[in-house]
Design a protein around this ligand. Structure first.
Ligand code: I3P
Length: 288
């Protein structure tokens, strides 16, 4: 692939220092074996058009990276949004880790910055919280618990990143935030809806999806002023193969041990919200 313009990459959320721009329209992501395993399988799956193409592993400055397509390559000054999918954002093994608890001061600080009254008396004494507790608190404060997805952040073309969505929880709040991202443009919403419905259809047939617990994975939304839109699944560092005796439907509520992730429930809600938004925006368009 030959890039026709300088390589562009924007990171809205996630761990700093995770990415590097690679050659010829690629992106390097700090190596994670679980993620490599997922990409290898995804390249053989019906989901392939909905994930960045994977090109193996390279080493730079003694650090290994997974190499994948840079999804922003074919856009002009794109707007991008990251939605973390699913009703659970941590793996069940994090609960097991509570047998060897290691309370985190950094997470305590992030918690009180958003909700000073959230920590318990014990957590206040320790000035630290367990990661599992922090992750659950993040889920219940945002729309992860109520809708099965949450907006992590977005950036409209040539603007600063917006990441202040930790308390964006209700359907109306989420719809308002999404409408801000698409700048009330029904054409863009139509493009996203078309793609999300295709994704849902493919997920329901995918062998990969049937056999994996998909946790902490995001949908990356990209559009630009030409009206081009795209949505891809990204971030598979916490996507785990299920034991062969277990099946999940990705819609049932999670109870410890069933490994349900709520991914499709979240996608249903996202599609529903965008559909309602589109019908309102289309009415406004006709009345103009
Ligand atoms: C982070 C977010 C990440 C998580 C990270 C959290 O919280 O939940 O998903 O990384 O854990 O700090 P926030 O969004 O509120 O900043 P993982 O998904 O990789 O667990 P970490 O600090 O242990 O990396």
């Amino acid at each position: 692939m030959t890039p026709t313009k300088p390589q562009e990459w924007l990171q809205v959320v996630g761990h700093a220092g995770t990415f590097r721009v690679g050659d010829c329209g690629t992106l390097l992501k700090r190596f994670c074996e679980e993620e490599r395993q997922c990409y290898l399988r995804l390249m053989e799956d019906t989901l392939r058009p909905f994930v960045p193409a994977y090109h193996g592993v390279v080493q730079q400055d003694e650090q290994d990276y997974n190499v994948m397509d840079n999804l922003l390559t074919n856009f002009n000054s794109p707007a991008i949004m990251d939605c973390k999918m699913g009703s659970r954002t941590y793996l069940e093994e994090l609960l097991l880790a509570q047998e060897r608890p290691r309370p985190r001061k950094d997470m305590y600080e992030k918690m009180v910055a958003v909700e000073p009254e959230a920590p318990t008396a014990q957590e206040r004494d320790q000035q630290a919280v367990l990661k599992s507790r922090y992750m659950r608190w993040r889920e219940s404060l945002s729309s992860t618990t109520t809708l099965g997805f949450r907006i992590e952040g977005f950036r409209r073309a040539n603007e600063e990143c917006h990441t202040n969505f930790k308390r964006t929880k209700s359907r109306d709040q989420v719809m308002a935030a999404l409408e801000g991202f698409v700048e009330s443009n029904p054409h863009i919403v139509r493009g996203y809806l078309r793609r999300l419905k295709q994704l849902r259809q493919v997920l329901e047939m995918s062998d990969f999806f049937r056999a994996h617990e998909v946790v902490g994975s995001s949908l990356l939304f990209v559009h630009d002023w030409t009206g081009r839109t795209g949505v891809w699944m990204i971030d598979f560092g916490k996507t785990m193969a299920l034991p062969s005796h277990l099946t999940v439907d990705h819609r049932s509520p999670w109870v410890e041990g069933n490994r349900e992730d709520g991914y499709l429930w979240g996608l249903d809600n996202l599609i529903d919200i965008l559909t309602k938004m589109l019908s309102r925006l289309s009415c406004a368009e006709k009345n103009e």
